[in-house]
Design a protein. Structure first.
Lengths: 159, 408, 408, 159
């Protein structure tokens, strides 16, 4: 029996792109000249990350990076997030976060505006998490941390 | 009665419930154990035929309920060889038992300059109440080191007792992460020689070992019903009567008083003094049934079964490539926390769940211990009950190998 | 669904168990109520198919148990119309709920010069914690008088609030002796106007009335599961989130923390902050089933049934020669404490027991109230549940007449 | 149906002599010149009594009396006790108390020395109480209080 069958429908959650981003998270570094940073904690499981944002003069997200530790789902989610929010305005990034949380919790995204479609498509590999209630927090931690950074707060918790 | 684990498994209805289409392999008994039919039936019978509030009615049904409640107290006393059933106080769980001591003994009997000595391997339940005592009354908190093998550093313990300023030593009898069993007789002798009382958190130990509080010589002992195959909502604090007698009450209300006027109330004697309000009657009956169940199988038989299982698991888990076991104590029970190189504990737990295996991931309410071992991200933990089989251990080991491939 | 008490009685297995060869006439529901099959079954099902520790596992069985536990919280919130389920804290019983407030609000938020105002009709659970607070921190204890008819003396209440020095008014929503229902909306308006918060002890009220904490406007509300046809070992504290947010924890341990190091721990948000250790999972499931059961019958139907029963009992008991009823409040529930001239309450209770009737004798954890009415020797008390019938009331009245002859 | 049948075997507990002593307790008065007094409380049910002892010069119980409130069982027991201990030495009275507690708890009195037989016979009407566990305390309160008075203690509780 292959690992795939043995673990049932686990590929719904651990799609190749998740495993890949989990293993080799993109933008996994410190931004020394960040305009904004914040820390995210998932105290129950010990996940922790630090997020760095660099803004353009006209208020777009110029660069996003993170460091930290966590499970494949939280690392992949943070990795994908840093990729998708680059070039977005804070408002756009926040709207994306709201849409993503819907996706993570329900597997669907009725609120997704057409304008978000492109970005959301890159995040859909994470939609499988909705079938694993105790893991939803892992997927949303990065987005909580982003909100905190955009709001100028230093800490976020996914409790 | 010879120990037949496969027959024993039939006593636990949940064990025949498949998970994700696979047989349930429940390896999280250290967090909470499953319940045998005897416990479920005892609670049902109590509610169907013998229920009323206790200590209050002069009618027969209430007397029957009171007798059942007090019989549970007697069963607990015999189970841990307490000299007197009045030394057994029912609480909600271990956590409340420790908080009760932190309040009534800590604030009511100890002087604020007396320290509390715990260890690095404690469960949060045996850390936070003492921190709250420290922040509230000033009692210093000392922490005994744990060796790399996951055992109490007895030299450090002696050193931290040496100045005679420790009022209470509060230690786990068995670690819920490392499986380490504390050499409690030595600890008690050492502590008493330095004028300190000893509280043992037996939440894990009592499930795996025959516990004899008289032989151990400790001052307080606590455990929690739901890990001992009993219901939730009930735990035990045992304390020497001479100590309980000196302690002011913790919670105020009905049944813990002798007389009440607005000016002044006087307290009932222990154990009533510490059991304010309607107690967990049905749960006490359930705990009694759990103790009877364990006694019928026999603690020696359970110990022997688990020892064999632990040895088997040590071998099997050591064979899993990339697996690092936390703690290598000589004297250990059936609890195994580990890291698997490229798999995060949470991913691992989710994965194994789909194979029907329930293990815990995280820091198991022992964050400082994980910090001590540099494992802030937590560990995965498999813990055994009396219904755990060698085949389940083999299945786990095989699944871990596959999981490692999955995340490779 | 129309209310058919004889059909309802079939939901309660114990009611068909004869006592001393006579049908069981259980008139001690005010002390603790009997359990419907729905509650027993829900607890059994939990243990047989869906049990694991909550909040801790990433595996499905633990998620299922967590969902069930949190669903119970939601059901409680809806039951008392709490705006937010996070405002519902599970405790062991009402007693612990009140002690929680006395500790966390009383010692953590109130200033020591702020008084607590209770009344003469309180249960010990709502007296002793405040005495302990007074003796520990100095907060004065004020006591509102009760009129001869057994009602709160509203003028005295206003007078004792007038100086603005009361921090908390803590009152029974319904007396467990007099049956009196407190005019809580008026009390809340008055208290808030004088800067005091309001805690209501709804242990009795919640069984007999539809309770709406939002409409009442109180700050804290508590009740206990075992009187509401649920299991022992579980109770509820509801508090406004803004209050709970400001309160330090009560008990320390697992699940109530955000992070733990030996230097400092940080607290989780409510309600977790107040639920240290493994909670009463099976009992929460049982309480949920009890609430569903009561909701299915419908609070309005239960109220109507009880109102008719109370009127009937008033007439019948008034006809018993030599019987003196304690309390003659306008607004009252199905609790009747009384004295029977030449029969001591304990003798009476023993006697009636042989006729199958369970009533309580004593001071019902309300010693000051009995002192207030000059009945230090206690009273006999009959209290009703939703399964109580007019025929049972008749049978009681007849038995009382016979008992009087017996002791003549 | 007469009260007797209606209440089952209640005459086992409430024998005529108990009802009689309960209604009209003997020695129900204060001894102003008592050598020893003590108070007994049964806090659960609110029973309370005060016991007075007067001793002879050679150490026998010259007189015993009590006041208080309580159920028929506790009043009758106190009444019968004051009658039986008169003329006894403290040791004899204590031995009687021990024997009586056995009787109240078990309905039997294996420890009864032959020398106690007469006194115990007067107390046997109370033996029915052993079938009513919650009422045993009512019967033994007086004897606890007696022990306290003999020991020079001021208070006793039947808890
Ligand atoms: C009015 C009132 N308050 C508080 C309580 C205490 O309830 P519990 O014993 O379940 O804590 C009771 C019942 O005994 C009661 O009737
Ligand atoms: C060693 C130890 N102490 C204390 C506890 C707390 O037990 P409970 O949550 O039942 O209070 C546990 C279990 O969680 C434990 O393993």
């Amino acid at each position: 029996m292959s690992g795939n069958d043995f673990f049932g429908d686990l590929r719904d959650l651990y799609q190749e792109v998740i495993l890949d981003h989990g293993r080799k998270p993109r933008n996994f570094r410190r931004l020394e000249d960040a305009d904004s940073t914040s820390r995210g904690d998932n105290p129950m499981c010990g996940d922790r990350m630090e997020l760095f944002l660099k803004m353009t003069p006209d208020g777009h997200i110029a660069d996003a990076a993170f460091q930290g530790r966590g499970c494949a789902v939280s690392m992949a989610s943070a990795s994908l997030m840093t990729e998708t929010v680059k070039g977005k305005t804070p408002q756009e990034a926040q709207a994306l976060g709201t849409a993503f949380r819907d996706l993570a919790m329900t597997g669907q995204c009725p609120t997704c505006a057409a304008s978000l479609e492109d970005a959301m498509e890159r995040l859909t590999p994470l939609s499988g998490v909705h079938e694993f209630p105790s893991r939803v927090k892992c997927a949303t931690l990065a987005w909580h941390t982003l909100n905190a950074a955009l709001a100028g707060a230093k800490e976020a918790s996914s409790e | 009665m010879s120990f037949d684990v496969h027959r024993i498994r039939q006593d636990f209805p949940i064990l025949s419930q498949p998970q994700h289409g696979k047989p349930l392999v429940f390896l999280d008994s250290g967090a909470s154990a499953q319940k045998p039919r005897a416990v479920i039936d005892a609670m049902t019978r109590c509610m169907e035929t013998a229920y009323a509030n206790v200590h209050r009615g002069a009618y027969r049904l209430s007397e029957v309920a009171t007798d059942a409640y007090e019989a549970a107290r007697g069963a607990v006393a015999r189970f841990i060889n307490a000299p007197d059933a009045r030394e057994v106080v029912f609480t909600r769980n271990s956590t409340e038992a420790i908080n009760l001591v932190a309040h009534s003994w800590g604030r009511g009997v100890m002087r604020p300059d007396q320290a509390v000595l715990i260890s690095e391997l404690e469960h949060h339940a045996n850390i936070v109440p003492w921190q709250m005592l420290r922040d509230d009354r000033g009692n210093p908190l000392r922490v005994c080191r744990v060796t790399d093998s996951g055992e109490l550093d007895m030299e450090d313990l002696a050193a931290k007792l040496a100045d005679g300023k420790v009022g209470l030593v509060a230690l786990a009898h068995m670690s819920n992460v490392l499986g380490t069993v504390t050499p409690v007789e030595r600890v008690v002798a050492l502590a008493h020689a330095h004028g300190a009382k000893v509280l043992l958190d037996g939440s894990q130990a009592v499930v795996h070992r025959r516990v004899d509080v008289a032989a151990i010589g400790c001052d307080f002992y606590c455990f929690t019903g739901h890990k001992l195959y009993g219901p939730t909502g009930i735990g035990v604090l045992w304390g020497k009567l001479e100590h309980l007698d000196r302690m002011p009450p913790f919670l105020g209300g009905g049944d813990m008083i002798e007389s009440v006027s607005f000016e002044k109330s006087t307290w009932a004697k222990p154990p009533a003094r510490f059991e304010a309000g309607t107690p967990a009657i049905i749960e006490a009956v359930g705990l009694h049934a759990a103790i009877d169940y364990v006694n019928a199988i026999g603690m020696p038989a359970i110990e022997a079964h688990e020892r064999a299982l632990v040895d088997h698991a040590m071998r099997k888990l050591s064979d899993v490539p990339g697996l690092t076991l936390l703690g290598r104590a000589q004297d250990r029970g059936g609890v195994f926390a580990f890291a698997l190189d490229n798999a995060h504990p949470h991913d691992l737990s989710t994965l194994l769940d789909r194979a029907g295996i329930c293990i815990r991931a995280g820091r198991h309410c022992a964050e400082p211990l994980h910090t001590r071992f540099g494992l802030e991200q937590g560990t995965a933990r498999a813990s055994f009950g009396l219904y755990t089989t060698p085949e389940e251990v083999d299945y786990l080991a095989g699944a871990l190998v596959k999981a490692r491939e999955f995340f490779a």
